[in-house]
Design a protein around this ligand. Structure first.
Ligand code: FAD
Length: 408
């Protein structure tokens, strides 16, 4: 029988195993992950898990019986050390080797760190894994001063969760706006206001130079301007680094100059019988018409479907309007499209009502959108963007005109 080996047992790895089975792969499927936990979803880690209302276990993608029922061999705490593409073999820690006919890389990202003294102190951590979340949840339980290093999605979600736990919270961002890479300044300002309203001290243009402690424990965070913030916990959320080293060492093509990632075509294919999906892949997006690397739940769901189709001989171009969401306090913010320069920004519905949309237009088309507590508009809006429909700005800004009607 043939063997499909999947390296990385996160969301994309688990979904690839499921998609292969569902789409008709009848042979062996081996899913190898280096974490002790079976595959789980990460979005709750910075939200409900920190709020104390759920545990990482509740985010498990499949229960143990599912792996048995679908004949998926799952190995946890199993790190793959080497890929031998020519010999069609992978070698795990401890030297055990497995042959593959199909190899899927789903190695994800790891948290980027900051280069300054004191990162090893107790109380300084990043948030990527269930283990990190359990540890952080425990630390937040005792309240105190929490400093978020980085005003990205993870930093802001942790800030909201920490406020809910009664902590005093400061967010430090080196850029002049929050979420610089992902959202327009309009959206960022709105978020900043929400956080400040809850008492979060947001400092833009602020850079950490040291974590300071006593007897191995964090006590303060020192900034480049010489000031010092008291801190019991510091969470470093300064982005992810794609895990490409394994692929790179095996001679597979990777992006080393830009955002990183294992390079694939629009069918998630890296080389003959080798595929890459999820956060680790920089794929040629069939809709955008250019390569992108996405760190999103949706991409970890959909890329595996596309890879399985290609593996089973029915390739379809993968790509579409990127979708991402974040939950902070009582705000559910959904984003469609990638950040880009736009000619005009429209607002649909009254921001005062708490439920509204901002729409960035270019050449008469919607290029990107932010939905504030307005998830019900996502489908029709996504369709308008996907179709690259020319829209009448007046109708678009008028909440009494259903978005569905604009698609015609
Ligand atoms: P991962 O989930 O990172 O899985 C990769 C796995 O491979 C890991 O377990 C890793 O340890 C393992 N691995 C790596 N190298 C090896 C090796 N050599 N051998 C064996 N195993 C290996 N997205 C949204 O759209 N909305 C959200 O609200 C949102 N919130 C998030 C909150 C947090 C705290 C985090 C961390 C992410 C969030 N995301 C969110 C992003 C989303 O979770 C990721 O895009 C998704 O998890 C990517 O899945 P993946 O399988 O590609 O990578």
């Amino acid at each position: 029988t043939r063997s499909a080996v999947i390296v990385g047992a996160g969301q994309a790895g688990a979904r690839t195993a499921a998609a292969l089975r569902k789409q008709g792969w009848q042979d062996r499927i081996l899913l190898l992950g280096d974490e002790p936990d079976p595959p789980y979803e990460r979005p709750p880690l910075s939200k409900d898990v920190l709020a104390g209302s759920t545990s990482p276990e509740n985010g498990r993608i499949y229960g143990p019986e599912w792996y048995a029922d679908n004949a998926i061999e799952l190995r946890t705490s199993a790190r793959v050390e080497t890929l031998e593409i020519g010999a069609r073999r992978i070698v795990s820690g401890g030297g055990s080797a497995e042959n593959f006919d199909i190899l899927v890389l789903a190695t994800g990202c790891r948290a980027r760190t900051v280069d300054c003294p004191g990162t090893g102190l107790e109380g300084v951590l990043s948030l990527r894994t269930a283990r990190d979340a359990r540890r952080l949840e425990h630390l937040l339980g005792s309240g105190g001063d929490v400093v978020l290093v980085g005003g990205g999605f993870i930093g802001l979600e942790v800030a909201a969760s920490a406020v809910a736990r009664g902590c005093r919270v400061t967010v430090l961002e080196t850029q002049t706006q929050l979420l610089e890479r992902a959202v327009s300044s309009h959206v960022a300002d709105h978020l900043a206001r929400r956080h400040r309203h809850r008492g979060v001290d947001i400092r833009l243009g602020a850079r950490v130079v040291a974590f300071e402690g006593r007897i191995g424990r964090l006590r303060a965070v020192r900034l480049a301007d010489g000031s010092c913030l008291p801190a019991d916990v510091a969470v470093v959320g300064v982005g992810g680094i794609p895990n490409v080293e394994l692929a790179q060492a095996a001679g597979l093509s990777c992006d080393t100059a830009g955002v990183g990632g294992i390079l694939t075509d629009s069918h998630c294919r890296v080389a003959d019988d080798v595929y890459a999906v999820g956060d680790c892949a920089r794929f040629d997006d069939a809709w955008l018409g250019r390569p992108v690397r996405l760190e999103s739940w949706e991409n970890a769901e959909l890329a595996p479907q596309a890879a399985a189709k290609a593996i089973l001989g029915a390739p379809e171009g993968y790509g579409g309007v990127p979708w991402f969401w974040t939950d902070q306090y009582d705000l559910n913010l959904q984003l469609l499209g990638l950040k880009q320069p736009v000619e005009r920004v429209l607002v649909r519905c009254d921001p005062e009502s708490g439920s509204f949309l901002t729409l960035g237009l270019s050449e008469g088309r919607i290029a990107m959108a932010a939905l504030f507590n307005a998830g019900r508009e996502r489908r029709p809006l996504k369709q308008l963007i996907e179709l690259r429909a020319i829209v009448d700005p007046r109708a678009l800004a008028d909440p009494d005109t259903p978005l569905k009607r604009l698609a015609k």
